[in-house]
Design a protein around this ligand. Structure first.
Ligand SMILES: [Zn+2]
Length: 88
């Protein structure tokens, strides 16, 4: 047998559940490194009306893609093309 409350009466209020607050150790947020903007101005040098590009351009990608200078090698960040400096 199932008991059904009459429709005219509101259902009995459920007892307020006491949710125990679990004390979890707060996760320490790692300090984020500040976002660095691409410093394009460092790739060019303007002298009067002439513009010189300070980095070597990528052979595969063409103009506008500069090679990053590392120790003993040049790398393109776009395609991954790498040239190694020949040892003397
Ligand atoms: Zn490239």
């Amino acid at each position: 047998m199932s008991k059904q409350a009459p429709a005219s009466q509101p259902p009995p209020a459920a007892p307020a559940e006491v949710i125990p607050e679990e004390k979890k150790p707060e996760k320490k947020a790692k300090p984020k490194a500040p976002k660095r903007r691409i410093q394009v101005y460092k790739l060019y040098k303007v002298e009067g009306e002439t513009l010189t590009r300070l980095r070597k351009e990528c052979q595969r990608c063409g103009r506008g893609y500069f090679m990053a200078q590392h120790k003993g090698r040049l790398t393109c960040g776009h395609c991954g093309y790498t040239t190694f400096a020949s040892k003397p």
